[in-house]
Design a protein around this ligand. Structure first.
Ligand code: GLY
Length: 348
């Protein structure tokens, strides 16, 4: 796999990534190394990391799950680092899924005004999305990524061996972002639709990372084309927030898949997307995700949660819609009744 260069750091695959990390450690004056894990990555991923790392490190463990991606967890880690006398020259290595890489990046970027961090994503979702693109952050109550900052890791290591530790459900969640990248760029779309077994394919994963990286390189701070990456996320994030406090939580990709189906329908209604394309997107996603039921009350809550979307301007929700595959319009106003109708399309 070739190295992928962002403007400021490189994304390396497997042994090339670990070799670079070991070099970094050997050639810098770091005072200590901390590896941030949750109970799952501690159990399932740390052994491989230990085999690859040529240096000693301390482990910081936090609880897994989006519900713990909050200020309380950050306080625990900041306190831990402080109690250990961790200075500005220590390195934080984030070994985990999107929660670990988002929150670890945020913790590192704010501790003593910023220490170096490296992301080692262990979920498909974090490999193709969360760990790259320099967004770090946490949720506020159940509002997704309300607090955070853009901050670059020193490097990202993509090691697909960690995918063996994931359930099919986790893999499918990551696949939703791979499929989103193919929709917004009109690359690999046909290939994915015709072969629903490509979620583990290393070339597809690398190409999905490339697609995201190309967008981020053009517009890191999301003033323009980076908004395209939010296709499916206006409704998707609201759905994810709604379920965050329910017993049957949804994974990020599961919520985004619902968002993509609804926003494809809205794209047909007001943006000229052909209904055949929306149906193709919906039918493909239906192969990966079980249908979720929404009551009228749920949909009202979702419409309310959309008010907190980060793309809103003067509190008016701004949608990212398709005109066609690879042809996107941003900042589109959508009537609340149409949002509700899109859930009928999703359910039908
Ligand atoms: N996940 C969307 C972005 O990184 O901009």
């Amino acid at each position: 796999m070739n190295i992928i260069s962002t403007d400021t750091y490189k994304i390396r695959f497997k042994d090339e990534g670990y070799a670079h990390l070991n070099e970094l450690v050997a050639s810098n004056n770091y005072t200590n190394f901390y590896v941030l894990v949750d109970e799952n990555t501690k159990k399932l991923c740390l052994t491989r990391f230990k085999e690859k790392a040529s240096f000693k490190f301390e482990i910081i463990e936090i609880k897994s799950g989006e519900i713990h991606k909050n200020l309380d967890t950050c306080l625990d880690v900041w306190n831990h680092l402080t109690n250990k006398n961790a200075d500005r020259n220590c390195l934080l290595i984030n070994l985990g899924g999107g929660v670990i890489t988002d929150m670890g990046g945020f913790i590192a970027s704010t501790y003593k005004r910023g220490i170096d961090f490296v992301n080692i994503p262990t979920t498909l979702l974090s490999m193709v999305d969360a760990s790259i693109g320099s967004k770090t952050g946490i949720n506020l109550n159940s509002i997704k990524n309300q607090i955070g900052l853009f901050s670059d890791p020193l490097s990202v290591i993509v090691d697909t061996d960690y995918l063996k530790t994931l359930s099919k459900r986790e893999i499918n969640s990551g696949y939703a972002e791979i499929f989103k990248h193919s929709i917004i760029s009109n690359s690999n779309f046909k290939k994915l639709v015709e072969n629903p077994n490509l979620a583990y394919d290393e070339d597809i994963i690398a190409s999905s990372i490339e697609l995201k990286n190309k967008v981020v390189k053009k517009d890191k701070f999301e003033n323009d084309v980076r908004k395209h990456l939010n296709f499916g996320h206006t409704i998707g994030h609201a759905v994810e927030s709604l379920f965050m406090n329910k017993k049957n939580k949804l994974l990020h990709g599961e919520a985004i898949a619902i968002g993509m189906v609804c926003e494809s329908y809205i794209s047909c209604k007001i943006n000229g997307l052909e209904i055949d394309k929306a149906n193709e997107i919906k039918n493909h996603l239906n192969k990966f995700f079980n249908k979720v039921s929404f009551s009228k009350n749920d949909i009202d809550k979702i419409c309310n949660l959309i008010k907190y979307d980060k793309k809103n301007h003067l509190n008016i929700p701004k949608f990212v819609l398709l005109k066609n595959l690879g042809l996107i319009e941003t900042d589109v106003n959508v009537d609340v009744n149409l949002i509700a109708d899109s859930f009928d399309y999703y359910t039908a």
